[in-house]
Ligand binder design. Structure first.
Ligand code: NAP
Ligand code: NAG
Length: 321
């Protein structure tokens, strides 16, 4: 008998499927948003990249809790589709679409201007949108495209909305980082696309480190304002994240992911926990793991002096535009 025959044995197949299903159960977070009764009536929330993946489920959760939700998306078509779906599933008509391209500081400013003109309050800001696997590309404002989308755009957006958040306190800022931040490095030349290698998600990893570093420094600056700022890891989640990768890699990710990775609604849990749970009220400058536990981020993300410097550099880079 060949070893391959053994692999095909029905008992083998059955036990593998069983094991996979058990593991699938195991990956659930210990906090269940459906068991959380917190209501958000009278509260306003913004979720970036809310048309698909994790962001869509975060926005849907807020909508179900009765919040006024603004979906900050870059595509009118994809955004409208999600808007319709979220309104329908939540029965909440107070969900709105506003367009923003986070890779463009000009677009971020225009978006923030609209929000400041039309919104009386802002209680929750979720920086969810991000890209990965993009080849080298420099925006017309002179930034590496991945850095602009994942870090500088969200950084500027957050800063522009800060006064509104403070006026609306208590308010919470949640930034989706990633476990990948452990493999990131900080080099200020990266912002402009210098000294970057576009291999194995290196650039993405750097941006996810900046997310945690600047969120921690923001939290320090916000002490006493009633506005909290935290970062979260959503888990490894089967979404459209792999869209810029080859078909083979995407297929592998989807197949392995079905058993071992989280679905987008499961991936949204740690962000929802951070944004709405009573247990996280007042917690700031922390990093949440995908199972909703507080964990320490990488050493570089705990370097307070580096954080001050990084925040200053990002402020200078984005304030000119
Ligand atoms: N999935 C994972 O395994 C995983 C793991 C760790 C961390 N995360 C983090 O989780 C967050 C959500 O990821 P996801 O997996 O849900 O990804 P996704 O399915 O690819 O969704 C990303 C969202 O961001 C939007 N977006 C991309 N570029 C944008 C831009 N320039 N301006 C405005 N919106 C833009 C996309 O809009 P379009 O649809 O129009 O492109 C989409 O709505 C990200 O911060 C990611 O780093 C994900
Ligand atoms: C980016 O992070 C992922 C996950 O930690 C890792 O597998 C990958 O090798 C990292 N990329 C580089 C180039 O360090």
């Amino acid at each position: 008998m060949m070893w391959t025959d053994l692999l095909c044995h029905p008992l083998w197949a059955a036990s593998t499927v069983l094991l996979a299903l058990v593991l699938r159960q195991q990956r659930r977070a210990r906090w269940d948003p459906r068991a959380c009764a917190v209501q958000l009536k009278g509260k306003t929330a913004i979720v970036t990249g809310a048309n698909t993946g994790i962001g869509k489920f975060i926005a849907l959760d807020f909508a179900r809790r009765g919040a006024r939700v603004i979906l900050a998306c870059r595509s009118e078509a994809r955004g409208s589709e999600a808007l319709r779906e979220i309104r329908e599933k939540s029965g909440n008509g107070d969900v709105h679409l506003r367009l923003v391209d986070l890779a463009s500081m000009e677009s971020v400013r225009a978006f923030a201007k609209g929000v400041l003109e039309e919104e009386e309050a802002l209680h929750i800001l979720v920086n969810n949108a991000a890209v990965s696997g993009l080849p080298r590309s420099i925006t017309k404002e002179g930034f590496d495209l991945t850095f602009a989308t994942n870090h500088l755009g969200p950084f500027l957006l957050t800063n522009l909305l800060l006064d509104l958040l403070k006026r609306s306190a208590p308010a919470r800022i949640v930034t989706l980082s990633s476990l990948n931040h452990w493999r990131g490095e900080i080099d200020f030349a990266h912002f402009h696309g210098d000294k970057l290698t576009y291999f194995m998600d290196k650039v993405y990893n750097h941006t996810k480190l900046h997310n945690v570093v600047c969120t921690n420094e923001l939290a320090r600056r916000l002490q006493g304002t009633g506005v909290t700022a935290n970062s979260v890891h959503p888990g490894v989640v089967v979404t459209e994240v792999m869209r810029h990768y080859s078909f083979v890699l995407r297929f592998l990710f989807q197949t392995i992911g079905f058993f071992f990775f989280k679905s987008p609604d499961e991936g949204a849990v740690s962000s929802i926990y951070c944004a709405v749970a009573e247990e996280t009220d007042g917690i700031t400058g922390k990093y949440f793991d995908s199972d909703c536990s507080l964990t320490l981020p990488a050493p570089l993300a705990r370097d307070a002096a580096l954080a001050v410097k990084d925040f200053d550099v990002c402020e200078r880079l984005t304030s000119k535009l």
